[in-house]
Design a protein around this ligand. Structure first.
Ligand code: UD1
Length: 460
């Protein structure tokens, strides 16, 4: 695999300095969807022929998934945003622990590996910063399809017995519309004997993208994007050339950047239907959002930002992956807001960092009560997880003075060169490699050189 994309291994001690209160303007290009790209890469394991995947974002998580596929014997090569994957010979059915433990989405490979080889061993992904994230729904569904699944010493061992070692179609009801479980089981069912029905399935756009990818390889899948998905197993899938959808979370993050800096910006490509809940909340806060060209949105801030309540829910509800960014926006909106996180149990850790910047947020259980303040003030803060790091960047853009963010490895997992894209919109920020003390002496706000340095570091 060519090493021309964001590197997962490098411990990132770089720091992002943001000088707040500048106005943004212009247009930003939205990258391919992280969560779709990761699961489509896993889905390529189903196919014994060449798969070309386009519009793949340059992210540390994507690079890590590439390493996991390589460790399984898959040939994988990246050129720009195109990924060529060939899983003709999957050399082994065991994914390496060190890699899987760093990327939960890699567990989703259990479905395609089991379907292809009749056996798969994948380490449990373990907890992560935002919650325990168990996998029992994946396991129960695979058992319903005839797999023998045992969990021993932290490794999930799954086998299919019988003459052809193929999974069998089954009727599966998910207790919760888990995105990952829906994807695992949908992939597994594409090569199973007979028909599988997944009820109470996740309806996220990334599930639909995976279904479309599998269909482009000859899979028979109906109902993706609704609560019931029906898959008729086929004996084999074939080669494909497929393009990933735009990232609705990156797009939502830039819309919030427009609202929080009170700036008019446009973005494309976007699928506005995927952003219905996000746009509804931005309108409730006071912004105008218009679709001024196909696959393009423009945000026009209102006179003022007004408080609103938010509850995260499975799609088409408000996405948990946008909760932290909206919290940053609501800290400086007029009035009180209640944000309820119902999807993950530990996803309010950014509250403490936002409060360090002058926000007034109290947490009660899974609710955050946000009292709008007139202004945030820049401060040194630490990113705790992927979307929390985006929230701190947004808060820094709006704050008075300088914000310094550490923990950028979280940001690089899921945003393709966010700092560079913001600089291109006129934000004053600079990403610097090194310790805080070294950095302070050298900092000058020179957007052009900062942009090129950031690009270099993202491409390493
Ligand atoms: C995916 C996304 C993530 C997003 C989340 C919810 C990827 C790579 N990640 O994560 O960005 O925030 O959807 O939209 O696509 N659960 C169980 N048992 C299971 C599976 C899940 O209890 O077997 C719980 C989880 O702990 C969590 C909730 O269900 O509390 C939602 O998880 P799920 O929808 O599975 O999210 P992921 O697929 O992990």
């Amino acid at each position: 695999m060519k090493d021309n994309h964001a590197s997962p291994e490098k411990a990132d001690n770089s720091i992002l300095h943001i000088w707040g209160r500048s106005t943004l303007q212009g247009h930003v290009k939205i990258s391919g969807a992280k969560n779709a790209a990761l699961v489509v890469m896993a889905g390529a394991l189903l196919c014994p022929e060449d798969c070309r995947i386009r519009n793949v974002p340059l992210l540390a998580d994507v690079a890590r998934m590439g390493q996991i596929l390589s460790a399984l014997g898959v040939k994988i090569e990246r050129n720009g945003d195109i990924l060529d994957v060939n899983a003709t010979e999957i050399g082994q059915s065991q994914a390496p622990y060190e890699l899987v433990s760093q990327l939960r989405a890699s567990f989703f490979a259990i479905g395609p590996i089991l379907a292809r080889l009749g056996a798969a061993q994948i380490p449990l992904p373990g907890g992560c910063a935002i919650g325990a994230r168990p996998v029992e729904l994946h396991v129960r569904g695979l058992r319903a399809m005839g797999a023998d699944v045992q969990i021993e010493h932290g490794i999930v061992h799954a086998y299919v017995t019988g003459p052809n070692r193929r999974l069998k179609g089954a009727k599966i009801y998910l207790d919760y519309p888990s995105v990952g479980a829906t994807e695992t089981l949908m992939m597994a069912a594409t090569l199973a004997d007979g028909e599988t029905t997944i009820d109470n399935a996740a309806q996220e756009p990334e599930v639909v993208d995976l279904a479309n990818f599998c269909r482009s390889m000859g899979a028979k899948i109906q109902g993706a994007g609704t609560k019931t998905i029906v898959i008729s197993g086929v004996p084999k899938l074939h080669s494909t050339d497929y393009s990933i959808i735009p990232d609705r979370i990156e797009a939502g993050t830039f819309l919030v950047a427009g609202a929080i800096t009170r700036s008019e910006i446009s973005l494309s490509p976007v699928i506005s239907d995927d952003l219905t809940a996000v746009m509804a909340k931005l309108r409730a806060i006071g912004a105008k959002i218009i679709a001024d060209a196909p696959y393009q949105l423009r945000i026009i801030p209102g006179e003022s930002n007004i408080a609103t309540d938010i509850e995260t829910l499975p799609y088409p509800g408000f996405p948990t992956d946008m909760q932290a960014q909206f919290m940053a926006l609501l800290t400086i909106s007029e009035g009180d807001s209640v944000i309820s996180e119902t999807v993950f149990e530990n996803r309010l850790r950014h509250v403490a960092e936002l409060n360090r910047m002058g926000a007034d947020i109290r947490v009660k259980g899974n609710h955050a009560i946000v009292r709008g303040v007139p202004m945030l003030s820049g401060a040194p803060v630490v990113a705790t997880d992927l979307r929390a790091s985006a929230a701190l960047v947004l808060a820094g853009l709006a704050a008075e003075g300088k914000t310094t963010i550490q923990g950028l490895q979280h940001l690089d997992r899921g945003y393709e060169r966010l700092d560079v894209k913001l600089q291109q919109l006129g934000a004053k920020l600079q990403r610097i490699q090194g310790e805080p003390e070294d950095v302070e002496a050298n900092v000058e706000v020179d957007n052009e050189s900062a942009a090129s340095k950031s690009t270099e570091s993202a491409l390493k």
